[in-house]
Design a binder for this molecule. Structure first.
Ligand code: HEC
Length: 245
């Protein structure tokens, strides 16, 4: 019984973390890990809008470029904005202590964030910033309440406002959160913004499991091999049993 209580105690924080501290419905991130153009667009967004604060220091540029199908010289020219060597880990230049002071919390390394939070959470998080004058940067987030991160994609999305609807719940009219709507000043339409975030999430999912792409393509060849082997084994069996009957 005591063990059970301890186990439950260990489990609770991870359950709370998984829920992201709120009960907002998560939208499904319909990503395709084999879609290289999507991964390339995601990488470009990441280098431009995220790497300034968040590093992904467990992954090297070169490996990334090779995996997502970007020639090294093109990658270095267009995606590597920090002047490091192509064999370097992807670090951000921001000093950790200073960042913690500026934002109230240090921007965490994002190499494994997709494995911790999940793709759906990330997809919803990046589309759930909304104007909140009570917060230091003027924005808050529906799935990460009181987050320290500013809305860095505002120039793409526009200024986002949270939308409410009056609904009858338990015989009472209540104001229910139904989503975010941008004011139309962004560079992208609502659909284009969702597509861009999807690319970004696809890239983050790739980062969390870079060997997965390779494993999947090896897996296909293993299946082909087994099929071919099956044909030969079958012929062999027929041959062995021919004289037995
Ligand atoms: C100006 C600095 C800054 C930039 C740029 C930035 N972030 Fe953040 N981000 C933060 C800070 C600070 C936090 C920590 C917030 C907290 O704990 O309250 C954070 C938190 C996060 C988290 C939550 C991590 C977790 O699991 O707790 C994710 C995911 C994230 N950022 C993704 C991104 C992505 C994707 C981009 C690029 C589109 C980006 N960030 C750009 C500062 C930044």
């Amino acid at each position: 019984m005591k063990k059970l209580v301890v186990l439950f105690g260990l489990l609770v924080p991870s359950l709370v973390l998984a829920a992201g501290g709120s009960n907002v419905h998560l939208d499904k991130a319909d990503i395709d890990r084999t879609d290289q153009p999507s991964l390339q667009r995601g990488a470009q967004l990441f280098m431009n809008y995220c790497l300034g604060c968040h590093q992904t220091q467990y992954q090297r540029y070169q490996r990334t470029f090779e995996d997502i199908g970007v020639p090294l010289d093109l990658g270095q020219e267009n995606l590597q904005l920090t002047g490091e060597k192509v064999g370097d880990y992807m670090k951000s230049a921001i000093p950790k202590e200073a960042a913690a002071k500026w934002f109230g919390a240090p921007p965490p390394d994002l190499t494994l964030v997709a494995r911790v939070r999940g793709a759906d959470w990330l997809y919803t998080y990046l589309r759930s910033f909304y104007v909140d004058p009570n917060r230091p940067f003027g924005v808050n987030n529906k799935v990460f309440p009181d987050v320290g991160m500013p809305h860095v994609l505002q120039e793409l999305q526009g200024v986002p406002y949270d939308q409410h609807e009056e609904r009858m719940i338990d015989g009472q009219m209540q104001s229910v959160y139904v989503g975010i709507k941008a004011d139309g000043t962004g560079m992208l339409s609502a659909d284009e913004y969702d597509a861009a975030v999807l690319d970004l999430v696809n890239y983050l999912v790739y980062l969390g499991e870079p060997a997965r792409l390779e494993a999947e393509s090896i897996g296909r060849w293993v299946l082909v091999f087994i099929l071919v082997l099956f044909v030969f084994v079958y012929l062999l069996k027929k041959d062995y049993w021919r004289d037995v009957h």
